[in-house]
Design a binder for this molecule. Structure first.
Ligand SMILES: NC(=O)C1=CN([C@@H]2O[C@H](COP(=O)(O)OP(=O)(O)OC[C@H]3O[C@@H](n4cnc5c(N)ncnc54)[C@H](O)[C@@H]3O)[C@@H](O)[C@H]2O)C=CC1
Ligand SMILES: CC(C)CC(=O)C(=O)O
Ligand SMILES: [Mg+2]
Length: 355
């Protein structure tokens, strides 16, 4: 009998529905090839939920997310709600809090056909392969807020336990990679960063086979673009990780190339979501790059459903589609979102050596 998984789809806003449809198309191809059944439920989040349900995420959606095996999410955010009291982005933060997804894995890898000397895309950094482990449920995004006409504040709090658990995720990941962790902080100024640095140093003692360096975030931002090869795993807090990962998008060539997995305690559902936002400037045009969402579906198979062979098939499918020149406009091509998804799905279905 085929293995069944419940996947909650949260397409969200802007290009979210377009890229989630693309990711679903490819996930279905992978499921069919490996004899799995994906049972989908689709619900609203973000601006779509504010309009229809009066809140950026409903209690029922949070409950259903908790019951799913994995959540596949597009993006939230709509200029209509800029400056308003109820913000679409609050729905995503509430979901991350509800599921306790404290570790956000953001791999940054340049696809060979796009990199360096390739005539397809000169300028993309060749051979880049790093992993940003971003703490996702603490810091300034979740601290107490004060918002007035004359004064505003966002409290940034980290506890020893919050730092320790995400640090362990980074060290474990480094063991399966090139054995190096760069912990990024601002310990010359911030108290939270000094706690961060102390605790990461303590955790490192349990991983004598992993090399640890501490890097200040301002210098890290520079090294990331001038010498990305110096990094293997970057471990950092919520706000710094958000900014550094968008910066890292220049390495594979586009925001549309960065997937992510937001993970909590073992056994709890993860959220699989592209790093990019709702991109209102290109929404509804059918030109959004779906590879970040498709690669997030691959991460869902690997980290959420325990089926790495399906993840690898999707990743090979994306590489092959890109090598064949199936590029959306952000990558210098003229393919549409659906065309790119179809190109990957076809390759996933047809690949030799199916399990
Ligand atoms: N995880 C999430 O849901 C996130 C939501 N947002 C929200 O998204 C909205 C727009 O924010 P922006 O700052 O414009 O960031 P964004 O990531 O949506 O877009 C930044 C730039 O990258 C381009 N881009 C992004 N994804 C792309 C894709 N798949 N294919 C081709 N081009 C792509 C956009 O066209 C835009 O020029 C805001 O409301 C923001 O709060 C922003 C980041 C993350
Ligand atoms: C709540 C989101 C808008 C934050 C974000 O930009 C991200 O997680 O990448
Ligand atoms: Mg972001």
């Amino acid at each position: 009998m085929s293995q069944r998984f419940r996947v909650l789809l949260l397409p969200g806003d802007g290009i979210g529905p377009e890229v989630v449809a693309a990711a679903r198309r490819v996930a279905d191809a992978a499921a069919a090839r490996f004899g799995l059944t994906l049972e989908y439920e689709e619900r609203r989040i973000g601006a779509a939920a504010i309009r229809e349900e009066g809140a950026p995420v409903s209690k029922e959606t949070l409950r259903r997310a908790g019951e799913a095996d994995a959540v596949l999410l597009g993006a939230v955010g709509d200029p209509e709600f800029d400056g308003g009291e109820v913000r679409p982005e609050a729905g995503l933060l509430a979901l991350r809090r509800e599921l306790g997804t404290f570790a956000n894995l953001r791999p940054v890898a340049a696809i060979p056909a796009l990199s360096g000397s390739s005539p397809l895309r000169p300028g993309v950094a060749e051979g880049v392969d790093l992993l940003i482990v971003r703490e996702l449920t603490g810091g300034a995004y979740f601290g107490e807020k004060e918002e007035g006409e004359e004064r505003a504040s966002d409290l940034s709090v980290y506890t020893r336990g919050e730092v320790e658990r995400v640090a362990r995720v980074a060290f474990e990941a480094a063991r399966g990679r090139r054995g190096r962790v760069a912990s990024v902080d601002k310990a010359n100024v911030l108290a939270t960063s000094r706690l961060w640095r102390r605790v990461v140093g303590e955790v490192a003692r349990d991983y004598p086979d992993v090399a640890l360096e501490h890097v200040l975030v301002d210098a890290a931002a520079m090294h990331l673009v001038t010498d990305p090869g110096r990094f293997d795993v970057i471990l950092t807090e919520n706000l710094f990780g958000d900014i550094l990962s968008d910066e890292a998008a220049v390495l594979p060539g586009s925001m549309g190339m960065l997937p992510s997995a937001s993970l909590g305690e073992p056994g709890s559902p993860g959220i699989f979501e592209p790093v990019h936002g709702s991109a209102p400037d290109i929404a509804g045009k059918g030109v959004a790059n779906p590879y970040a969402a498709i690669l997030s579906a691959a991460m869902m198979f690997r980290h959420g459903l325990g089926r790495p062979e399906a993840a690898e098939a999707i990743e090979r499918g994306v590489e092959a589609a890109v090598a064949a020149g199936c590029l959306t406009p952000d990558l210098g091509g003229s393919s549409g979102t659906e065309e790119a998804a179809e190109a990957v799905a076809r390759r996933v279905a047809a690949e030799e050596g199916a399990a």
